[in-house]
Design a protein around this ligand. Structure first.
Ligand code: MN9
Length: 296
């Protein structure tokens, strides 16, 4: 059995920027409250969706603090991953000091590290932060391809909480969860959330949850009640929206949806380009109108 505080729906929070390109704390608090009201269990903080790799170490610490203050009772997972290990250590220490529940890290990226090096990176971080470590498995972005045997070297150790599993190899997901039923597995691709749950995931961490968490809360509820056909309808609804996000850029599109819903998240940081007027119109017509019309 896993600790129930780690099951369920965890938005990978976006980072709002103000007109001066600084973190917009009030908007971040508003986004946290908006999601708490929809029944999320907690948040995944300072990950890819937060534009973590475009933030300074101080900015990453700042968002960890803002979110802890806005959601003191939620389950909070701090993504501390960085190829600059000193940064990862500093973030892990900060997360522990302010009361986070777990840390998580992408595998060290860009350089071709050996598995032994990746392995030691994770154990050093887990030891330094003294919090349970969630391995962020995202081979398409990190370029690091681990199989079941590599993943097992982490999962069999008490310091590891589980995996944030962002891959469409559901065979491997099932093998990991079946071999280590006490470890937590989060589905990472929102468009395949139903598939992940059916193969053993305990919940999901996702970027599109920022503005449609209620759909994923509902899918999980329906799956656990064995109401698969209804769950599939909601997944299809979500996927019609995600198809549009993929056309304009996922995070850029998510910020635009929230901006049109009354938030002020700004744009993504360069090198991401702002959306064009045509792209904003597509988001309005194909996403925001449907969200407003669906009554969910
Ligand atoms: O946190 C997200 N992964 C990335 C998970 O952004 C790399 C997902 O929520 C995707 O953004 C989403 C769209 O592909 O599934």
């Amino acid at each position: 059995m896993i600790d129930p505080k780690f099951s369920g729906i965890f938005p990978a929070l976006l980072t709002p920027f103000d007109a001066n390109n600084r973190i917009h704390e009030a908007e971040l608090e508003k986004l946290v409250k908006y999601n708490l009201a929809k029944g999320v269990k907690g948040f995944y903080v300072s990950g890819s969706t937060a534009e973590a790799f475009l933030l300074s170490t101080d900015e990453r610490k700042q968002i960890l603090t803002v979110i802890k203050n806005a959601a003191p009772d939620a389950t909070l997972i701090a993504h501390i991953g960085s190829v600059n290990e000193a940064e990862a250590f500093a973030l892990g220490k900060h997360a522990r000091d302010i009361g986070y529940d777990a840390v998580s890290s992408v595998a060290p990226y860009y350089y071709k590290f050996s598995f032994a090096e990746i392995h030691d990176y994770y154990f050093r971080l887990a030891d330094a932060s003294e919090l349970p470590m969630l391995v962020y498995h995202i081979p398409a972005f990190s370029g690091v391809n681990m199989g079941v045997s590599e993943m097992s070297t982490f999962l069999r150790d008490d310091r590891f909480l589980g995996i944030k599993y962002t891959s469409n190899d559901f065979f491997m997901m099932e093998q990991c969860k079946t071999a280590f039923p006490d470890k937590v597995v989060y589905n990472g691709y929102d468009e395949m959330f139903l598939a992940g749950l059916s193969m053993g995931a305990d919940g999901g961490i996702g970027s599109t949850y920022n503005f449609m968490a209620e759909k994923f809360v509902k899918i999980a509820e329906l799956v656990f009640a064995n109401r698969m056909a209804e769950a599939r309808e909601i997944q299809q609804e979500a996927n019609r929206i995600i198809t549009v996000l993929c056309k304009v850029g996922v995070m850029q599109g998510e910020k635009e949806v929230l901006n049109q819903l009354g938030f002020a998240l700004g744009d993504c940081r360069p090198p991401f380009a702002p959306l064009t007027a045509e792209q904003k119109e597509l988001v309005r017509r194909e996403i925001v109108e449907k969200l407003n019309g669906s009554g969910r």
